[in-house]
Design a protein around this ligand. Sequence first.
Ligand SMILES: [Zn+2]
Ligand SMILES: [Zn+2]
Length: 243
Amino acid sequence: MANIETQQSLSSLLCTDERDFLIRNNGDQVPVSELTGKMVGLYFSAHWCPPCRAFTPKLIQVYNELKQNGESLEIVFLSSDRNQQGFEEYYASMPWLALPFGDKVKKDLSQYFQIRGIPSLIMIGPDGKTVRKDGATIVRVHGAKAYPFTDACVAVLNKELEAAVEKYPKQTKHELHEHSLELTRRKQYMCNGCEDAGCSWSYYCQGCDFDLHPDCALKDKHSDGNENKAGEVICEGDAFRRV
Ligand SMILES: [Zn+2]
Ligand SMILES: [Zn+2]
């Protein structure tokens, strides 16, 4: 296994004997060799999966931000959609590359990276080696600041997050839930506000197993100091990203 990983490269991951290209959503083919030297995110996702639909707009936002900053980054969509039409509809919303739908490499990579659920984002460094497998979590929590996704970078961001959490109220009320919500350290959860996954901290009602991202729970209060303006959108695309 160690041997496979040391020999890992973008072409060993993404090419087959018959195919050495990826596609754009206009049908153009892009040689895998054009990605050499870039950071590449392998994005396992499907339109039928609600957490994927919630996460994709965030990832697009982070991708566009990093591109605008001139970072050398590409993302490759590996579809778990059920058919070609589902794939095409979903992929039309994405600005990055994809493996052709139904290509066997997708299944091989799912096994190789031991993908247990989607959305998953595997970050591959400019040298073709794996940087981290929890890219989706890191993007959710830290947004574009997480680039280049190294442990050192994420450790600094996590420290900043912990310092920010210190200042959050220990309890809050939210119109989506009748009980008071307690700031709770949670490993993994689904936010009952924006329906995307969350981790590390939640405003939680234990009796009902009800979770809100801190940003979703505090959003209206953050914005201008007014408490809970009724009718306001609770979660938008950048929910749970640090400012
Ligand atoms: Zn949320
Ligand atoms: Zn409750």
